[in-house]
Ligand binder design. Sequence first.
Ligand code: PHE
Length: 356
Amino acid sequence: MDDLRDKYIALIADAADEASIEDLRVQAVGKKGEIALKMRELGKMTPEERQVMGPKLNALKDEINSALSAKKASLADAALEERLRSEWLDVTLPGRGRRQGSIHPISQVTEEVSAIFADMGFAVAEGPQIETDWYNFDALNIPGHHPARAEMDTFYTHRAEGDNRPPHVLRTHTSPVQIRSMEKIGAPIRIICPGRVYRADYDQTHTPMFHQVEGLAIDKDISMANLKWVLEEFFTAFFGTSVKTRFRASHFPFTEPSAEVDIQCSWENGSVKVGEGDDWLEVLGSGMVHPKVLAAGGIDPNEWQGFAFGIGIDRLAMLKYGIPDLRAFFDADLRWLRHYGFASLDQPTLHGGLTR
Ligand code: PHE
């Protein structure tokens, strides 16, 4: 019995996990375990021997059982300790910084422009960047032979051999959205349409893709005076200072009369300041919507009239934020983006302020 006892106490002490404890339990005190075998031998003993051995065997069984449960508990404790150690977290460590993107000046200015015109009752409209030649040209009173088509350096899409339909174009201006809005809304209309436009041109002041915002107001008695007021109101809000405008007679096939609009500026050693001085900078084309254009959009030119304008957004961004080279806008240079970009929470509103 002493051998049995020493053997199991040692084995239990060495057990590495709960499974080996269970094996030992079956071997020692299970129904067919070593103690049970010993118990069976009691039957062959004399009553005197049995009286001594019986309680001894029971005591041994109890001793082994309690060694087993003590070991089991200490293994569970050790496992918990180990988990606590391995899952330990230092909450005092400084956080890992996350790279933050910024809002591109074009997006920022688009939001600013939209906020200002929204305040004057203009809704934002959109149209596709790949246009039919009807919306981009014909409906705007630019027929096939018109020199304006050639002047615009249009990108044409490819048609399959034998397909004689006129090719789609990358829109050369946002003016096709005038027609789409007339068809969709009918008169009266007050919309702006900011968006991308495309022309095959590339130098310091031209990129093959750039941005315009179209404006269109149609009603019963809209005149050039309304156009001038709206534009001056816009520039003053946008630049945060009163800005004089100069209307120069011009020509666009889709407006009559037409005017190019300059804003007052000054040049000081190579950089431009808006709203002061006696130089002028061209920023947009505009005019009274041509009757043929109204008709193409399904609006009766005998009943309705209106003005339209197209402003270069990129130019506005360069002027307001002192960005010298247009091409850098589209180089995706992270250093440039971090320098000229805006924080994502700086959403421009008229009341919250348009600039940082
Ligand atoms: N679509 C003209 C351009 O891209 C601008 C314009 C718009 C002129 C509306 C008059 C009216 O140059």
